[in-house]
Design a protein around this ligand. Structure first.
Ligand code: SF4
Length: 374
């Protein structure tokens, strides 16, 4: 039988940087929301999309609106960004939505768009934690908002869960998780709170659970979600069977993805590029008509390392034959000693042609991947 070597459909990420206010723990690029600023931004996004029209002649496998707060876009603005794009059959089109924007009228509008999956920045079902995170929604509103989503046919939704918050315990994270399970999400993304240099909470130096305690919280999350039928398919991500995030899989499987919008990073035709994380510079670059700002041609070594770095995040690991087919080299010919040592230490495992990080080492996966490739 002939093998199909046709490339998977292209993915597109669109960054919407506007937020109603800045949360103290957040270090994503975001700017204050105003209606007129969004109108101007969408105008530039559409121009940027046209710069890449050669690539956009093909049908897209996934489109992801991330932020910031993409649900500050009106349905008409979402439609104008999607205009002219072609989509593959069963394409996944995700919108990150702030629980505050879930309303009958917004969902009615959303039904006129191609969005078929929602990702809710819920973070917690505990009001004290939500307050600390400076999120504006409250836990008690969530049940009825989810019911509304389902009534509008959005049963494919993902919930973000933050753990490792100040004062959190295994019991408090478990209580949170059980409240999540009552909402029946098709997907859960867990995030360990980390305070980057540029977030305002960094200066407050809150006491966070130590690494061992955070690892115990993570283990409890994995066990609870897996025992409730969720597939733990990536270090931090869990899905009901068949609801794995196709867009993120494109990143983890090193497929091409185009990125539009300020601060967005893309990978296309072996070029990695990042748009300026600044509106004025972003507008200047779009107006100049150039593609791939700050683009870097990746050499074979960089491509191999990126492939391993991303692919080893998947619990099933990487397919060693696929690695060979892409790069013409065997993993052991590149990393013989390190590979043997990590396998012996039980940090990596190998079975049926796949190389993966052991379950017990998933929490320290970055260290394990670093040991292998650096
Ligand atoms: S956490 Fe989300 S809503 Fe809060 S500032 Fe960051 S991007 Fe905006």
């Amino acid at each position: 039988m002939e093998q199909d070597f046709s490339p998977p459909p292209l993915s597109v990420y669109v960054h919407i940087p506007f937020c109603l206010s800045k949360c103290g723990y957040c270090s994503f690029f975001s700017v204050p929301y105003s209606k007129s600023a969004v109108v101007n931004y969408v105008h530039h996004l559409v121009s940027e999309k046209n710069l890449y029209r050669t690539y956009l002649k093909q049908a897209l496998g996934t489109l992801y609106f991330g932020g910031g707060t993409p649900s500050l876009l009106s349905p008409q603005q979402i439609n104008s960004i999607c205009e002219g794009l072609l989509f593959a059959k069963n394409a996944e089109i995700t919108l990150e939505i702030n629980p505050l924007q879930i309303s009958e009228s917004y969902l009615e509008g959303l039904k006129t768009t191609k969005v078929n999956r929602l990702s809710l920045g819920l973070q917690s079902m505990d009001d004290t934690e939500l307050k600390w995170l400076e999120r504006r929604h409250q836990a008690r509103e969530i049940k009825s908002k989810i019911k509304l989503l389902q009534e509008f046919g959005y049963s494919n939704f993902s919930l973000d869960l933050m753990y490792g918050l100040p004062g959190s315990t295994i019991a408090s994270v478990k209580a949170n998780l059980l409240a999540y399970l009552e909402l029946a999400p098709s997907h859960v993304s867990s995030y360990l709170l980390t305070l980057e240099e540029d977030c305002s909470y960094r200066a407050k130096l809150p006491t966070l659970p130590d690494d061992d305690h955070a690892a115990d919280q993570y283990e409890m999350i994995v066990n609870t979600l897996c025992s409730n039928g969720y597939h733990h398919y990536e270090i931090s991500n869990f899905a009901l069977p068949g609801y794995e995030a196709a867009h993120n899989l494109a990143y983890w499987q090193s497929h091409d993805y185009l990125a539009l919008g300020a601060s967005a990073s893309g990978f296309l035709d072996k070029i990695r590029y990042t748009n300026p994380p600044n509106l004025t510079e972003y507008y200047d670059y779009v107006t100049s008509g150039k593609c791939f700002p700050n683009g870097m041609d990746c050499d074979a070594k960089r491509l191999r390392e990126d492939y391993l770095m991303m692919g080893l995040r998947l619990t099933e690991g990487i397919d060693e034959e696929d690695f060979y087919n892409r790069f013409g080299l065997r993993i052991e010919s590149l990393y013989a000693d390190k590979l043997e040592r990590l396998l012996k230490q039980g940090l990596l495992k190998r079975s049926r042609g796949k190389l993966a990080i052991s379950e017990t080492a998933l929490f320290i996966s970055s260290g394990v991947i670093g040991e292998l490739i650096l």
